[in-house]
Design a protein around this ligand. Structure first.
Ligand code: ZN
Length: 293
């Protein structure tokens, strides 16, 4: 009889237990960003105690460092988490949540009709299974008047990366902080000095947001001639967008915003109040900051 093969503790390591498609399907990532499985999926492991501690540090979450650490630990097939698009990041977080806590994660909901509070099972699997995939090669069509009549330019964009999403959140956080400080009391609304300061800061913030949008431009093509323009110099793309008629620039900005928010895992769910039977639709927050709330 053979002696039993001695097993080592390494046989009992964490494994990838949840496999998901990414909302982007990884189509427009630079090669090597994600190592997909043969079926085009990404495997996710449950969090360790150390990961949970990382996620409970609000400052690390705001800076984005926590997300990179969590992804390195729980989704090692994502080689460059920093480059992952926002909707993909959200899907991976939902999968990590599923791998760590299982299907039955509860959330508290309050009925908008009768105020009754109840526990609701968070349908993470449903949210993942019903994700909305990002469109292929999304583009805004910009019309620019010229001597030979109107010309159209196709501007291809991508969503924000993990790093850009963090920058966007920090810019908007600063905007609301500035407003709070400048308009701390009612008299300050009448103060021309404060109004002017606020106006300046709003302009500065708008400029920074356009800069982020400019970094999301991946290709610019003249519709008529098929000529391609250089998009590597982000500073000149930024200037170009800034000098477009507002209506045209808005097409680019709103397309990038739509890619950031309208795609990915399903977040709206139907709830029914167990007390008064009222039905309503609610949005689930998959923000990692709320994992242990
Ligand atoms: Zn109710």
């Amino acid at each position: 009889m053979n002696a039993p093969i001695k097993r080592s503790l390494n046989d009992f390591k964490r494994r990838e237990t949840v496999f998901i498609h990414l909302p982007s399907k990884g189509l427009s990532y630079p090669p090597g960003t994600v190592n997909f499985s043969p079926s085009g999926e990404v495997g996710v492991k449950p969090m360790t105690t150390a990961d949970q501690i990382t996620l409970s540090n609000p400052e690390a979450l705001i800076s984005g460092d926590a997300s990179v650490k969590i992804f390195e630990s729980c989704a090692p097939s994502i080689v460059y988490p920093e480059a992952l698009y926002g909707p993909d990041v959200e899907a991976v977080y939902a999968a990590i949540r599923l791998a760590t806590f299982g299907e039955n994660t509860d959330i508290d909901l309050t009925c908008p009709e009768c105020g009754h509070q109840h526990n609701f099972e968070m349908p993470i699997r449903y949210s993942l299974d019903n994700m909305k995939f990002l469109p292929e090669n999304p583009k805004a069509i910009i019309t620019v008047p010229s001597e030979d009549g109107d010309q159209t330019i196709e501007v291809f964009v991508r969503p924000y990366t993990m790093v850009e999403s963090t920058q966007d959140a920090n810019i908007k956080f600063r905007e609301s902080k500035t407003a709070q400080i400048l308009f701390a009391n009612e008299e300050s609304f009448e103060d021309p000095e404060k109004k002017s300061q606020f106006f300046q800061s709003i302009q500065e913030i708008a400029r920074e947001l356009v800069k982020l949008v400019a970094s999301c431009v991946v290709r610019i093509v003249d519709t008529e001639t098929g000529e391609e323009f250089d998009v590597d110099d982000k500073e000149s793309i930024h200037e170009w967008i800034n000098n477009l008629p507002a209506k045209e620039a808005e097409k680019i900005t709103s397309l990038v915003n739509s890619l950031n928010t309208d795609f990915g895992i399903r977040k709206d769910i139907d709830a029914t109040c167990e007390k008064c039977k009222h039905k309503w639709t609610t949005n689930i927050n998959f923000d990692p900051a709320g994992f242990f709330a």
